[in-house]
Design a protein around this ligand. Structure first.
Ligand code: NAD
Length: 286
């Protein structure tokens, strides 16, 4: 396919564009993921908390039955906070492994390509213990790669200090309003890839931004395509979400044009430093 891939620090490759399914109800996930795979996506991003692993798994089963090879798919899911547990000690590690088994069963798979700690919840300090269970999943090959989401430099530094398994990537909020330059530089220094969640800014104000409309017009593209092109040219992995078949296709059709230095500078100019989602350092939902 024409989707470029990124080589991770363990040698595995991930498509640079994937399909996110947050807020897609389980009953609709099968059709959405099916449409995405038909359109050419091979990477799917779900999570236990999205409650659509089963629907996603059905679309994966359809694809496999239809002749798509398992090794050509790239399936990501995430460990939820399940905050009633503190994830400490051996009990915590066993609980993580049980959560993983439950995700795998819902997806109908015998391995995932990537398993992520969804949120660090630094106030509990147990993410480093959770990571020990993740190390085991990676060693067993049940998760081909392990990584994190919403981690800050402090939490990444702790994992780098305490473990020999470096997260392959950190999935964080990232879009032109919130480009995460400092964290990206830290990732690059440590061989951690950057994956953008809400890469389109959740489809709100960002897609009506005048500077982006101008660039889109110049290239004869949509604003969503310009923003996704910006992610790709930044070396970032992006997982846009849509349940609309035409947009699912549009978001994948980002080859064949190149943002120039003036475009990149104009996009840098609209950064506000404002998040859309919660600040992970204080986030403790469960
Ligand atoms: P997004 O930035 O991908 O925006 C999605 C929304 O943008 C759609 O619902 C639609 O309204 C609009 N849209 C999509 N394509 C469009 C197009 N071509 N033209 C016009 N509008 C379009 O937002 P998201 O869903 O928040 O993020 C993408 C994925 O990232 C999620 O589905 C999920 O997989 C992941 N995510 C992870 C975390 C985390 O904590 N790790 C948090 C949020 C999201």
């Amino acid at each position: 396919s024409s989707i470029p891939s990124v080589t991770l620090n363990n040698g595995a490759q991930i498509p640079q564009l994937g399909f996110g399914v947050w807020q897609v109800p389980d009953a609709e996930a099968t059709a959405a993921v099916h449409a995405a795979i038909q359109a050419g996506y091979r990477s799917i991003d779900t999570a236990a908390i999205y409650e659509n692993e089963a629907g996603t798994g059905q679309a994966i089963a359809q694809a496999l039955a239809g002749g798509v090879a398992r090794e050509d798919l790239y399936i990501t899911t995430k460990l939820w906070n399940s905050g009633t547990r503190d994830w400490s000690g051996e009990q915590g590690r066993d609980a993580v492994l049980r959560e993983f088994d439950a995700s795998l069963a819902k997806l109908g798979l015998d391995y995932v390509d990537l398993y992520l700690i969804h949120w660090p919840r630094p106030m509990h300090g147990s993410y480093a213990n959770v990571w020990k269970a993740f190390e085991q999943l990676a060693a067993d090959g049940r998760a081909k790669s392990v990584g994190v989401s919403n981690f800050g430099q402090e939490q990444l530094t702790r994992l780098l200090d305490e473990s020999s398994v470096v997260p392959v990537l950190n999935q964080v909020e990232l879009h032109p309003y919130f480009p995460q330059d400092e964290l990206r530089a830290f990732h690059a220094e440590h061989g951690i890839a950057t994956e953008a969640w809400s890469p389109l800014g959740q489809g709100k104000d960002l897609l009506a931004e005048p500077a982006l409309l101008q660039i889109a017009e110049k290239h004869g593209r949509t604003v969503a395509q310009v923003v996704l092109r910006w992610h790709l040219q930044s070396g970032v992995i992006a997982i846009p979400k849509s349940v609309t078949p035409s947009r699912i296709k549009e978001n994948l059709d980002v080859a064949g044009f190149e943002l120039d230095a003036a475009d990149i500078a104009a996009i840098a100019g609209i950064a506000t430093g404002q998040r859309i989602g919660p600040d992970p350092q204080g986030f403790d939902w469960n």
